[in-house]
Design a protein around this ligand. Structure first.
Ligand code: CP
Length: 299
């Protein structure tokens, strides 16, 4: 595996994470475009699962850096003729691509790609990892509070199926934040201690809501959307219990009126669309790193 691959947030030390966040910040404030040399900048986005934010923010980041981008469509590719993920990735390497961004429904799909020499950026594997979502979440929190030390983060909802919950737990705890989880008992996960949302909502500096991942088999039987919102979601009663300076986050897509009341999605405390904006900055930093460029700041 290439040393610039990013498969899990655990591939990065806290020092690496802070360098990426710093590079993203430089991309945000810099007045000058920073471009890769064109002749060497071929990136392929291989998405085997639906995506809006991750797919198109990687594409935006790649174009902004001057990459030539291959937008792969698995339904019209030779995957439909039985070609494996390994042979697909190997093909892109053979025909000159220098970086692969991959989302795939299989947990740790990247283990079968160990012989691929070019960097692979994991854009989500099953319910395993989503390192660039984690980095953009971290960027959004750091931008807001200027530190992770002692920050209280409450992650609510379908913890069992969420690669966002898993990636954020690992990174935030290493960076000194306190992380609590809450949600229905059907969505509990080994290693994730659950707490009561009503007891924790006033404790949190960050309230991160997660949708129910029905595509991974998550179900709550006959429970209506209204009942879910009332029992486990961020409704107006709980919103009123939040700290004055607390923020609301959500990796999206949002199911409005299920895990969060629709009109809270764009309320003053919400950073949900800001997270998407930050996703492009962070992905620019990750692509720059994948092409072997040093951090803007080295200390
Ligand atoms: N947050 C996230 O991964 O969104 P997409 O599935 O739209 O990429």
């Amino acid at each position: 595996m290439n040393k610039y691959s990013l498969l899990s947030i655990n591939d990065l030390s806290t020092h690496d994470i802070m360098e990426i966040l710093h590079d993203a910040r430089v991309f945000n404030i810099s007045q000058q475009d920073w471009h890769l040399p064109m002749h060497n900048a071929l990136a392929a986005n291989l998405f085997f699962e639906p995506s809006t934010r991750t797919h198109y923010s990687f594409e935006s980041a790649e174009y902004q850096l001057g990459c030539s981008v291959a937008d792969f469509n698995s339904a019209s590719s030779s995957v439909t003729k039985g070609e494996t993920l390994y042979d697909t990735a190997k093909t892109f390497e053979a025909i000159g691509y220098k970086v692969l961004v991959i989302r795939h429904p299989q947990d740790e799909y990247f283990k079968e790609l160990e012989d691929i020499s070019i960097p692979i950026i994991n854009a989500g594997d099953g319910k395993g990892n989503h390192p660039t979502q984690c980095l953009l979440d971290l960027y959004t929190m750091y931008d807001e509070f200027g530190t992770f030390e002692g920050l209280n983060v409450l992650i609510c909802g379908d913890i069992a199926h969420s690669r966002v919950a898993a990636s954020n737990k690992d990174a935030l705890e290493r960076l000194g934040a306190n992380v609590r989880f809450c949600g229905p008992k059907e969505f509990e996960r080994e290693g994730f201690e659950m707490s009561d949302i009503d007891e924790s909502i006033g404790w949190a500096d960050v309230v991160m809501m997660l949708r129910i991942q029905r595509e991974r088999g998550a179900t709550l039987g006959e429970m209506s959307d209204e009942e879910y919102l009332h029992q486990y979601g961020l409704d107006h009663r709980r919103y009123a219990m939040m700290k004055e300076n607390a923020i609301i986050m959500h990796p999206a897509p949002v199911n409005r009126g299920v895990e969060i009341a629709s009109d809270l999605v764009e309320c003053g405390k919400s950073r949900i669309f800001k997270q998407m904006e930050n996703g492009v900055l962070v992905r620019k930093a990750v692509i720059k790193r994948a092409f072997g460029y040093k951090p803007f700041r080295e200390d």
